[in-house]
Design a protein around this ligand. Structure first.
Ligand code: NI
Length: 186
């Protein structure tokens, strides 16, 4: 087990389309997943994609802590999930705005529109198929991590860069995104 170094925005590995994994049950994939979990636990994030640890392969891990669930119906905590060669598709075209940070962009957060409901599919490290419908924060974290596999970082998904902020400032000067989306916040 090892704690891996995180690539930061600007490193080319974060802009590359990651390679599919030929065999999700291969020992080196299991090792990569274990190291990614140890790295995420050490840093304390909610998700990590292999390119963020300088490995350009289609592997992501994510979880939904109770504290991050939204009031969107069906959003619920989720234990840590590892997904290999994931695919996602939106269910409906509803979007919602929510805060995101990224271990590759330390100290910042931004409000990002994401599909409210998605369906995703992929392989667990034991080779079994994982297929789920996700809403709210669960759908958000999967879309964020999936984007990393295609070389996309969350600021590229933002439609209002005035909502990109340092974490500390955001905490000092909170913005109610629901009110903002209704046009009630300047
Ligand atoms: Ni990220």
């Amino acid at each position: 087990m090892s704690i891996l170094k995180i690539a930061r925005m600007g490193h080319p590995v974060l802009r590359r389309v990651a390679d599919p994994v030929a065999d999700p049950t291969a020992p080196d994939v299991a090792q990569l997943v274990r190291d990614m979990i140890e790295t995420l636990e050490d840093i304390g994030g909610v998700g990590l994609a292999a390119p963020q640890v300088h490995v350009s392969r289609r592997v992501i891990i994510f979880k939904v802590p109770e504290a991050r669930t939204t009031d969107i119906e069906g959003d619920a905590p989720l234990p840590l999930t590892a997904l290999i060669n994931p695919t996602i598709e939106p269910v409906g075209d509803a979007l919602n705005l929510g805060w995101e940070g990224c271990l590759s962009i330390p100290g910042l957060r931004g409000a990002v529109p994401r599909y409210t409901t998605i369906r995703y599919r992929g392989f667990a490290p034991d080779g079994s198929v994982v297929e789920r419908e996700a809403v709210g924060f669960h759908a958000r974290v999967v879309q964020h991590e999936f984007d990393h596999l295609n070389g996309v970082l969350y600021p590229e998904r933002m439609n209002d860069l005035s909502l990109l902020a340092f974490l500390e400032e955001g905490q000092k000067h909170p913005i109610d995104l629901a009110a903002y989306a209704r046009g009630e916040v300047e």
